[in-house]
Design a protein around this ligand. Structure first.
Ligand code: ADP
Length: 493
């Protein structure tokens, strides 16, 4: 039996290759930055060829670092930034336009024109009509290249999310496929019927014939023949779903939260989709064999970004890590609340026009309390989302598995545990996204026998237990809710 699984993690700003063995530890890693271009305000693009070259580079580098060859690799897993799209020419295999990145707002006008179809779209996809998702980005590209629509209808163009693009290149054009988790972020895939939806394709005027095959997340996709004829790609998933799998949240009611620039909360809601009335997204968590697992997802726009703001704009701290030292220098935040509505407020408030606010300042407020209040704001926002998930999905939270850069902050983690009155668990392997697709890949290749087999590989690093009284936690959380209400009602003009 071959010893290793190779995971590719294609993110917005970098591509990484990681080698795992059965101990679920990231043994070797290689990383390349990928440039983002900002051609106009609100537009974000990347060069799809540069992305592909970065994949080649990191695979070669990680094999060299590990002193391995493809002969040692059992199978390959791919996880990727979601929603980003590439359109390329079928004959030449070259992109016809830059990849449009998930953050990009350039196709907003297309979504605005479909505002009255919002309910219809939500009921099929579990998503909101928003330029964040892929469909309007594809429409934008077809509108902005020569004879785009005609070439699409003549089957001269191919289109895909980043996983599709990478697999196509890795297989010399033999694999033209995506997995259900990526498909479920396009606004074109019906998460109830499990197929590209003709009515949605018509709505965006995207020929259904140009879309690729949709496969399970754990599945033998085909050979990575660019690198080796013996190695198969066997696992594919969007980054957040891969992280949910990497955290082994295999049962209904298990939660994971990623504390990065923003925060991404996903909860396994079992094998039936459930539509949210509070602006949470319903998404496919993974498909293994014929079985689908669904997740509810809530994103918080400003998470670790609040700490970056303290460092870069306010110059209050010199490093992200220093925020913890500051927080430990005062007993509490002394009634200070910071509502970081820097880009409006996301789930569950959905207030596009809200601006950030600070409450509870006194003459005695100091910078340590201010920084502490910022860390607490991250935790409060996560509680807001969890409370809605608990209510809508009718589930209770037993523990919260966490990952991402800001989980290095012990104060934040302890406060999160206090305010939720829940244990917070950090895994040994922080590369949960890459780990997730290594599991999915290993399941399809028989490297792992079962989910139980994978569960036994899970290794926790640290656990935080609630220390604050429930009474106090409730009381300070009420203060946060009042601060949010005041932020939403505040009008500067
Ligand atoms: P992304 O994948 O979104 O770039 P990462 O998981 O790499 O995010 O985490 C980076 C974020 O984590 C940054 O916003 C940074 O401010 C925050 N961060 C990193 N270390 C700490 C820390 N010790 N305390 C608080 N925030 C931190």
């Amino acid at each position: 039996m071959k010893k290793y699984i190779l995971s590719i993690d294609q993110g917005t700003t970098s591509t990484r290759a990681i080698i795992f063995d059965r101990s679920s530890i990231a043994l070797f890693m290689a990383q390349r930055e990928v440039k983002c271009y900002y051609p106009k305000p609100g537009w974000v693009e990347s060069d799809a060829l540069e992305i592909w070259v970065s994949v080649i580079d990191v695979i070669n580098e990680v094999l060299v670092k590990a002193n391995l060859t493809m002969k040692d690799i059992d199978s390959i897993g791919i996880t990727n930034q979601r929603e980003t799209v590439v359109v390329w020419d079928k004959k030449s295999g070259l992109p016809v336009y830059h990849a449009i990145i998930w953050q990009s707002r350039q196709s907003k006008y297309i979504c605005d024109s479909l505002e009255d179809k919002k309910q219809f779209i939500h009921q099929k996809t579990g998503l909101l009509i928003n330029p964040y998702f892929s469909a309007s980005k594809i429409r934008f590209i077809l509108d902005n290249i020569e004879n785009g629509q005609q070439r699409a209808e003549n089957n001269e163009l191919m289109v895909g999310t980043i996983d599709t693009w990478i697999m196509y290149k890795m297989s010399h054009g033999n694999i033209y496929a995506t997995d259900v988790t990526n498909a479920s972020r396009t606004l074109l895939y019906n998460i109830f019927d499990h197929c590209w939806d003709e009515e949605l394709c018509k709505l965006f005027n995207i020929p259904i014939s140009m879309l690729c095959k949709v496969n399970p997340s754990s599945y033998k996709y085909g050979r990575a023949s660019f690198f080796s004829n013996d190695v198969y790609i066997c696992g594919v998933a969007g980054d957040q779903q891969a992280a949910l799998f990497g955290q082994t949240c295999f049962s209904k009611g298990e939660f994971k939260n990623t504390y990065g620039t923003g925060c991404f909360m996903l909860t396994n809601i079992g094998n039936k989709p459930l539509l949210s009335q509070k602006g949470l997204l319903t998404t496919i968590a993974w498909q293994i064999g014929d079985e689908f697992t669904y997740a509810l997802e809530g994103s918080i726009f400003i998470g670790g970004a609040l700490v970056q703001w303290l460092r870069d704009e306010m110059n209050l701290i010199s490093s992200a890590a220093e925020s913890e030292e500051f927080a430990n220098k005062c007993q509490d935040s002394n009634g200070v609340y910071i509502v970081p509505a820097f880009v409006g407020l996301g789930a569950p408030y959905w207030q596009d026009d809200a601006k950030g606010a600070v409450f509870g300042l006194t003459r005695g407020t100091n910078k340590y309390q201010f920084v502490k209040a910022c860390l607490e704001a991250i935790a409060y926002q996560c509680k807001d989302v969890i409370d809605v998930i608990k209510k809508e999905a009718n589930i209770d939270i037993k523990s919260l598995k966490v990952d991402g850069g800001a989980t290095n902050n012990n104060y934040l983690m302890q406060f999160q545990s206090d305010i939720l009155h829940t244990n917070i668990i950090l895994p040994k392997c922080v590369e949960t996204t890459a780990l997730g697709v290594s599991y999915l890949s290993g399941l399809a290749s028989s490297y792992y026998k079962s989910l139980q087999d994978i569960n036994s590989c899970y290794c926790k690093n640290k656990e935080f237990h609630p220390q604050m009284s429930i009474k106090k936690a409730k009381s300070i959380y009420r203060g946060w809710k009042r601060a949010v209400r005041a932020t939403i009602t505040f009008k500067s003009k």
